[in-house]
Design a binder for this molecule. Sequence first.
Ligand code: ADP
Ligand code: MG
Length: 615
Amino acid sequence: MIDIINLLPDNIANQIAAGEVIQRPASAVKELLENAVDADATSIQLHIADAGKTLIQVIDNGKGMSETDARMSFERHATSKIKKIEDLFYIRTMGFRGEALASIAAVAQVELKTRRAEDELGTFIEIDNSIVRKQEACSCAVGTNICMKNLFFNVPARRNFLKSNASEMRHIVDEFIHVALAFPNIFFSLSSNGQQVFYLEAGNYKQRFLQLLGNQYQTKLVPVKETTDYLEINGFVGKPDAAKKTRGDQYFFVNNRFIKSAYLNHAVTSAFDALLPKDSFPLYALYIDLDPSLVDINVHPTKQEIKFEDEKIVYAFVQAAIKHALAQFSISPSLDFSLNAEIMQTEAVTQPFTENRKETLTTSDLYKKFSQKNQAHLIDPTEKNELKHWKEFYTDTNYTAENTNNEHLNFNPTENRRPETGNLQLVTDSTFYQLHQTYIIAHLQNGFLLIHQQHAHERILFERYSNAIQFKQAVTQQTLFPVTLELSPPDAALLHELLPDLQLLGYKIELFGKDSFIIQGTPADVLHGNEKHMIELLIEQFKHFSSELKFSKREKLIHCMARQQAIKAGQTLSDKEMKVLTEELFQCNTPSITPNGNPVFVEFNDEQLLKMFGK
Ligand code: ADP
Ligand code: MG
């Protein structure tokens, strides 16, 4: 028997290794862009031809390489970024495995020009199939200019596996976006077949995001910013109405490295909770920074997957940070800051995760925040509050800023002042009193109710309209003189969408040419005479209500209708009106709160009253 094991020649070994690192043109793009970032470039240009199949060129103005380094850079395991194994724990650079250039040179034809600022002449190297074809001095700009041609020219099997140009280009653009988002302080450009695709001036995170993904997000981003001793999170999430039907623009960066993490994605999504419409995905770009020793980025050759020393703590932190951000911008209830119960019980949260971190950790903000339930975040009530605008649409000025409209929010479940009417005995044949043209005092068998007239009516109408839609029982009254309505194209589109539900509510509105409508009928119980204005107002209200995405379109419409049609505070009511209103309220399923979660009435029972007077 002869021995059968032999050592593979370098070029074959490199080719095999390249399989891990360079799967497609986009992988080479990622590696080359990251090398330029690691070289401290402030300007990075990427040129692509044929979706990277024939050319990928990266030109940077970074620190360049000496002649020897230029040659060395193509050797496998050749890196300037780590020297000893411990260095792995302090990695701040994108690369460190020393494999990329060796892999690229194994599967493509490469030309490199590079020069350091201190050198007069630079170095030119031509290499393919891992063999240096040419090396000479050249004059060139400071920095590195690397061309990678004819990817997989020597591995036809892999070349054949490449997808269509459109598909490969999409991957390239994705990688470009990841790096460009991670380093907004660097100028980036991308051209494809000579056409400019991106030209990104240096800026901040938000500017970069808008440059890449479009200015339409300008008003749709909520900033996220939390700092603790353990980690820091920056970036932004899209408001619920920026959510998409497809999982699209979701970006996590850990120490400026784009990563994929279904786990952290879950943390974000769960923070949105019911705010997100069903089957939609929140938009986000979140930058987590923490001590590099607390993450292992070396679990995957392309480093898109990483391991946290303590995943749960990062999860809890991300989730809390997003909730806080949404609450601060009045997109979600601000008082509900209890963390997911499961997370609260994990050791990561309840205890320091290693003995020697105990000291720093127990005194760290993060620990304190997570160990004091509901104190994670303090909401500044003076914070600019979108809901204020929404309220301005209504004539009732009695609302206060703190009184944000959310069911979970305003009610302290332990406060025993909002009983359902089930056990309340209304004395209907007694007199009703109106106070300040706003409150109704209604007698109970053993006490009285102080009812907010507008809130009560909103509740009544809300349930009435809901039933009308559900049971298709609305009654329409023909308008004597049909009114036409001219709208802007977006408003027209909105109204068009709402038409079926409006019809169920009793409106009869027909399309009448482009962007105009004709109102033929209105719900029988809606005041007549100003149909046009009412619809216009309804559209406005609806638009301003649309950040409240936990409601369906139909629910929102009903909310708006109820608020619009409700008797307002400040309106004098007759005895009969007060009686009818109160009785109707008692017929409601949820009489104690308005559809938006504000209290409708306060109960005073005899017992409490006696106590109040010291009896
Ligand atoms: P790694 O990035 O993991 O160190 P690479 O194979 O990507 O490995 O690069 C090898 C080495 O070549 C790097 O460590 C760096 O010193 C040098 N290098 C690569 N690209 C550049 C560049 N654009 N500018 C300056 N030096 C570079
Ligand atoms: Mg590299």
